[in-house]
Design a protein around this ligand. Structure first.
Ligand SMILES: O=C(O)c1cc(C(=O)O)c2c(n1)C(=O)C(=O)c1cc(C(=O)O)[nH]c1-2
Ligand SMILES: [Ca+2]
Length: 566
């Protein structure tokens, strides 16, 4: 069973991984040193587990491990329990999905939450399902939102002090984003907090709303007319929990529709980071990375808590690398902007950030408004592309180097606006686009970024766009995968590549590491998919020959190598 203490100690307990992010703060850092720069070149596969089935697509799941059992999700809302020693399947659960599911960006799932004897995950038809960890049998199932309106769930839920917290997807269909808390033992709704200004939030007692508050206080002040009613802002990547401030840290996606001329104003709380009280769902602070977004710069990217010393004082900070190309360091106690800087080579749409962290727009790079006679608005070429300087794939923070390891991409896009109107369950964009690479040799760049100075300490370029999560360890290692199929290990200080292994399909999952019987293991999902092959424009051409798949790989040192170094 997984207890609340297990969850709260996950960042330091090396024998388990029971949170998405290797710790509730999402640092993706392991204090393990058995595997290190001296021996990682000997890392070998121990077993590989195939998810089977012709329907498998993008594999973004982060494995979880507890008491020798690994839990992963497959792209089509599936869950697998696997013996961590042998790779033997213990059970499998397949959600029965309706024909009409509408995930915007491929069939994907990013993993499960564990609590007590339950394995809980969200489905592409926007349900939460709780399974018994030993049998895989359904304990409860709950509808979070209406998939026919374009809602889905792709993120891993998280458990915070006895509450199961989830976001939703659907920003490309004009849904209203929301963050919700459930009782993990029976699926009872505890609170709901819409992420678009003007909508009511509720807390529940015995199934009845006992308190209500309008998100943002004054109703819909940063939206024209009725546009807030279909405003998007989906918190589709889930979030993290910072125990030091007792705050949930979530991001919100693009405002709907993409055509910004239809919705003058800041359009709160789209493309923002939100801090919420986990007991009530109240929004404690917000920081909007792209007010009045006109480029699909969803602000969902992970906000990672970290502390650093400055002027003899400890700063409780949080960092995020946004789709819009800027890296932000915020004060996580109140959301104040500390500093921000570009982490990609080319940003055209903004000339920089002001002293509050608000972008200084260059209006030459906002696509024009369509004419009344129906002609498309003027097209612009701008960077980054809508898939972002960085997309969903989570970065890592090393407590040893003090650096963030950021999986990023260099690309731009042609974008233009069109007229559009909301229709339930239909795409609500009002824009067209073609992504184009900025360089011949590479699109992906793994970057080591110093959050105090904005310096890029090292970079590794990759031909295809990077789309997988990053892990760093006290063994001075950084792990990540690429669409070409490799799981790779780098020296955390220098960026030198020390090891790689071809997994047979693109790696867009997030690697984990843990310890069992005195040995250190590394696991990652392999299986190419996600938004790039679907929406990548001219980039999709470069990646069209990558094979799909669905395999969970586990590695360790050969026993002799592990023994000789101890
Ligand atoms: O606004 C939304 O609700 C929403 C949801 C998702 C999703 O759930 O995966 C993506 C996006 N937007 C998105 O803009 C995007 O670029 C994207 C990439 C991916 C992926 O898994 O590769 N998902 C999503
Ligand atoms: Ca989106």
């Amino acid at each position: 069973n997984v207890t609340n203490d297990d969850i709260l100690s996950d960042a330091t307990n090396t024998s388990q991984v029971v949170t998405n992010g290797l710790g509730t703060q999402g640092q993706r850092y392991s204090p393990l040193t058995l595997l290190n720069t001296d021996n990682v070149d000997k890392l070998q596969p121990v077993w590989a587990f195939s998810l089977g089935g012709e329907k498998q697509r993008g594999q973004q799941s982060q494995p979880m491990i507890k008491d020798g059992v690994m839990y992963i999700t497959g792209s089509y809302s599936r869950v697998f329990a696997v013996d961590a020693r042998t790779g033997t399947k213990l059970w499998q659960y397949d959600a029965r999905l309706p024909d009409g599911i509408m995930p915007c960006c491929d069939v994907i799932n990013r993993g499960v939450a564990l609590i007590d004897d339950l394995v809980i995950f969200g489905t592409l038809d926007a349900k939460l399902v709780a399974l018994n960890k030993d049998t895989g049998k359904v304990v409860w199932r709950k509808t979070v939102a209406d998939y026919k309106a374009g809602y889905s769930i792709t993120a891993a839920p998280l458990v915070v002090n006895g509450k199961l917290i989830t976001g939703v997807s659907g920003g490309e269909f004009g849904v209203v984003g929301k963050i919700e808390a459930y009782n993990p033992s029976n699926g009872e709704l505890l609170w709901t907090r819409p992420t678009i200004e003007g909508h009511m939030g509720y807390t529940y007692k015995e199934g009845k709303p006992v308190e209500a508050g309008i998100s943002g206080g004054e109703a819909n002040r940063s939206w024209p007319g009725d546009l807030w009613k279909t405003g998007g802002g989906a918190p589709w990547l889930g979030g993290f929990y910072d125990p030091e401030t007792n705050l949930l840290l979530f991001g919100t996606g693009n405002p709907a529709p993409w055509n910004s001329h239809l919705r003058e104003g800041d359009n709160l709380y789209s493309s923002s980071r939100l801090a919420l009280n986990p007991d009530t769902g109240e929004i404690v602070w917000h920081f909007q990375t792209t007010p009045h977004d006109g480029w699909d710069f969803d602000g969902v990217n992970e906000l990672v808590s970290f502390n650093y010393q400055e002027g003899g004082k400890e700063v409780k900070a949080a960092a995020t690398a946004d789709r819009n190309g800027f890296f932000y360091v915020l004060n996580r106690t109140n959301g104040d902007f500390i500093r921000g800087f570009p982490f990609v080579d080319k940003i055209t749409w903004a000339k920089g950030l002001d002293d509050k962290g608000r972008p200084i727009y260059d209006d030459n790079f906002r696509p024009g408004s369509p004419t009344e006679s129906g002609d498309a608005g003027s097209q612009v070429f701008t960077a980054p592309a809508f898939l972002g300087g960085k997309n969903w794939m989570p970065m890592s923070y090393s407590q040893d180097t003090g650096l963030f390891y950021v999986p990023s991409n260099e690309w731009g896009m042609d974008i233009w606006n069109e007229s559009t109107a909301y229709k339930k369950g239909a795409a609500y964009l009002g824009a067209g686009f073609t992504i184009k690479p900025l360089n011949e040799e590479y699109i992906g760049v793994l970057r080591a970024m110093d959050p105090k100075t904005g310096n890029e300490v090292w970079r590794v370029e990759n031909p295809a766009p990077l789309w997988g999560g990053v892990l760093s360890t006290k063994g001075n290692l950084v792990f990540t995968g690429n669409p070409e199929g490799y799981l790779m290990a780098f020296n955390a200080q220098s960026g030198d590549k020390l090891w790689q292994f071809n997994t047979g399909s693109g790696v867009i999952g997030s690697p984990i590491t843990w310890e069992m019987d005195g040995e250190q293991y590394v696991s990652v999902m392999s299986g190419w998919g996600g938004a790039v092959p679907l929406w990548g424009g001219h980039v999709a051409e470069r990646v069209k020959n990558f094979t799909q798949g669905g395999t969970l790989w586990t590695f360790k040192l050969p026993s002799s190598a592990a023994v000789s170094q101890r």
